[in-house]
Design a protein around this ligand. Structure first.
Ligand code: NAD
Length: 414
């Protein structure tokens, strides 16, 4: 029996692969072309925690857990023949598909980055759908979507479908998508492609819409050889990691716009526990299932305040600096999400942000030298609405520094 993890070298994919291999008496085959490593370097970043090459990571797993059921194949999943061969050979009962370009700012750099993102993400997904249809039609595809597909609508975000009243009649419709970047649009394409494959061929799939994932460890990643990547630069880092990096490198916290924009969050442990559970309790044959997963909602300003409280224990006293929001997004909005299906399947979240934040910060502080050596990459550099002469939205460090120095520090009242 085989489970495949597409994107096994990534932040979530590696942690998930270790959990699956450790818990299941099955063969776990990961596939990854290692592109995230290269794209993070392209913008001057790196993983804060050191990570080995795939063979070193697999060896670390084998030595730690005394098992030999995990393998990582290096290959590009945009290659349809490769995906065909893999699915034909292994006939996995489950494929977790996480192999995508997942940075919204990266997709917004310029035309080429937008095209790369959409081509990469749509192709990997379509290749998988077609290979499953041809070689292993009962395979359960567990596809990582994102809460960002829905955007921040004024209504409550249901799980997949909602009932609306229109011209006096009631209809059950798919929850509308309102993506906020070329990256998020690629995820919407995926959702439609999977749903359509289910409609015409009965492809069995679970579409998992997760919020922003935070955390530097899971219960299984118990030594440095098992580290998962942790990005902190302005393009690839998620908000908490970026805040900690700003504190460590500059003793500042950059507040975008009003800081009132809300996002949903969940811990890395809860992310992979949910994915694991969905594999154990698969969608029925012929079913297309959508689950929302998020545990907490915070505005970016609330998070910055949490960060400031925490780092003060370590002697930091970061200044809040307001800068124009690089993104085009609603500055004030409601945010309510329904997330019941996982609970019904027996899922119980394990960690809250307050429990995990300190570990992330101490892990990052332990690699302060890495963060300071990549300090230039921490500034936000990609602006949704501004192109320079080369047609890129990438701003130079000097411009950032000028803008940040000229911004009004607004510690008062926060
Ligand atoms: N990290 C989050 O907060 C978050 C939240 C919601 C959803 N997601 C989704 O979860 C998935 C994984 O995210 P992550 O944070 O682990 O990202 P990641 O970049 O760390 O991992 C993705 C992995 O896929 C690989 N990959 C990309 N394109 C590939 C290709 N063509 N062929 C083979 N491998 C390829 C990359 O090399 C990388 O190792 C993504 O689909 C992302 O959209 C992430």
């Amino acid at each position: 029996m085989t489970v495949m993890v597409f994107g096994a070298d990534g932040y979530i994919g590696w942690a998930l692969s270790v959990k699956l291999a450790k818990e299941l008496d099955e063969e776990i085959i990961g596939v990854d072309n290692l592109v995230t490593r290269r794209l993070v370097e392209e913008v001057g970043g790196t993983s804060a925690l050191p990570i080995g090459m795939p063979e070193e990571r697999v060896r670390a797993y084998e030595e730690t857990y005394g098992r030999k059921n995990l393998k990582i194949i290096v290959g590009d999943l945009t290659d349809p023949d490769l995906v065909d061969r893999l699915i034909e050979k292994y006939k996995p009962h489950t494929v977790y598909h996480l192999a995508q370009q997942r940075s919204a700012p990266y997709s917004m750099i310029d035309r080429d980055h937008a095209i790369y993102t959409q081509v990469n993400n749509v192709l990997t997904n379509l290749n998988l759908i077609f290979a499953v249809k041809k070689h292993s039609p009962k395979t359960h595809i567990i596809k990582m979507g994102t809460m960002g597909e829905y955007g921040t609508p004024p209504y409550t975000i249901e799980e997949g479908w909602m009932t609306v009243k229109y011209r006096g009649k009631r209809y059950r419709i798919m929850v509308p998508r309102d993506p906020g970047s070329w990256y998020h649009i690629s995820k919407v394409f995926d959702t439609y492609n999977i749903m359509f494959a289910n409609k015409i061929w009965g492809i069995r799939a679970t579409d998992v819409q997760q919020g922003v994932v935070y955390g530097s460890r899971t219960d299984d990643l118990i030594n440095d050889g098992l580290n998962t990547r942790l990005d902190f630069d302005g393009v690839w880092g998620t908000v908490i990691n970026k805040y900690f990096a700003q504190v460590i490198a500059f003793n500042k916290l950059l507040i975008y716009g009003t800081g009132l924009m809300k996002r949903s969050f969940l811990s890395l442990q809860d992310s992979i526990d949910c994915l694991f559970l969905l594999g154990q309790k698969p969608a029925d044959e012929g079913e297309y299932r959508v689950v929302n997963q998020m545990e907490e909602v915070y505005s970016t300003l609330e998070l910055a305040k949490k960060v400031r409280r925490l780092v003060s224990k370590y002697g930091f006293d970061p200044e809040f600096v307001r800068i124009p929001d690089p993104r085009i997004e609603k500055q004030r909005h409601k945010y309510r999400v329904v997330h019941r299906k996982l609970r019904k399947l027996g899922f119980r979240p394990k960690y809250t942000m307050d429990k995990v934040m300190e570990t992330i910060f101490s892990d990052m502080l332990a690699h302060e030298d890495v963060i300071k050596a990549h300090a230039d990459a921490i500034w936000p550099r990609v602006y949704w609405d501004r192109l320079n002469e080369e047609g890129k939205t990438t701003y130079l460090k000097a411009l950032n520094a000028r803008m940040i120095n000229n911004s009004k520090a607004y510690t008062e009242g926060l």
